[in-house]
Write a protein that binds this ligand. Structure first.
Ligand code: SF4
Length: 281
């Protein structure tokens, strides 16, 4: 079996930055709270035994305000950010700067009277954080939902379209095209999908051309990892989404196997799976 490892693999800069900041704070403190997982990867989180993952609701009932509190890489809602900064003296914000730019855009255009349309996953922390910064925000993930939202607007409406940073860029392009043809007072279209994830999309498409099966390494809760896996499955090529070697049950008939990872997948997790594959062929 031939193995092709994509060049686009391992951590992105936002995840690398968040993990470095978390390591620094862990060196100086024995107990730390994190609002949600720092990143959606179990292996990464297991490297931080002193970090207690808490929900936004649960942290409100903790009475010791001296513990440092980490805000995850995808950001938190504006209300929660204000609340936590008032209550705790050591709040370390790990939000990726690229996500923060999106927050800034939303606040600016929302303040100027625009309706904010967000292409993203309603339950994802980043989308909740984005919506919390919009006075009139709408989220959609599918065509039907998008059309339904557009019915709320008329020729006097101002509409700004943005995307969660890890969504599929081709699908987003489709929504941008539709909105650009609408006769609203003003339409602003923003390219907020992160370049790193666009490069991974292209890389997985290159693998699809060359391989008859592809292993996507990463956490199941990681949005960009799932997106890569969905692209593989949709193409008809056999796909595997795994975090650990024991989860991988390769078919014997594979001639060329591609390997790629999500942006929150550590190198050691990739190496473990690569070693396992090399030993089993
Ligand atoms: S994928 Fe992009 S936006 Fe998300 S954490 Fe990484 S660098 Fe930041």
């Amino acid at each position: 079996m031939k193995i092709i490892v994509s060049k686009e693999i391992g951590f992105c800069s936002g995840v690398r930055r968040a993990i470095k900041m978390a390591f620094d704070i862990c060196e100086k403190n024995e107990k730390i709270f994190s609002i949600g997982e720092i990143v959606h990867n179990e292996t990464v989180m297991s490297d931080f035994p002193q970090i207690f993952v808490s929900s936004e609701e649960a942290i409100s009932s903790v009475n010791n305000e001296d513990f440092p509190v980490l805000l995850r890489a995808h950001g938190v809602t504006k209300e929660f950010e204000n609340k936590i900064n008032n209550k705790y003296s050591k709040v370390i914000d790990l939000t990726c700067p690229i996500v923060y730019n999106v927050f800034g855009l939303v606040e600016k255009y929302s303040f100027s009277g625009y309706n904010i349309l967000v292409y993203g996953k309603r339950d994802h922390p980043e989308v909740k954080a984005i919506l919390s910064r919009a006075k009139r925000g709408y989220v959609f993930q599918k065509t039907g939902e998008f059309e339904e939202i557009l019915e709320n607007f008329n020729k006097d409406s101002m509409v700004a379209l943005i995307s969660q940073t890890t969504m599929n860029s081709k699908n987003y392009g489709y929504y941008k095209n539709i909105l650009s043809e609408k006769n609203f007072k003003d339409v602003q279209l923003f390219d907020t999908i992160c370049d790193v994830t666009i490069k991974r999309e292209k890389a997985v498409e290159e693998l699809i051309e060359k391989c008859d099966a592809i292993v996507v390494i990463g956490g199941k809760k990681s949005s960009n990892t799932r997106k890569l896996y969905e692209i593989v499955i949709k193409s008809g090529v056999k796909g595997y989404l795994v975090q650990k070697p024991e989860q991988l049950n390769l078919s014997e008939k594979i001639e060329t196997l591609g390997i790629i990872s999500g942006t929150s997948t550590p190198e050691k997790q990739i190496d473990e799976i690569l070693n396992y594959i090399n030993e089993s062929v």
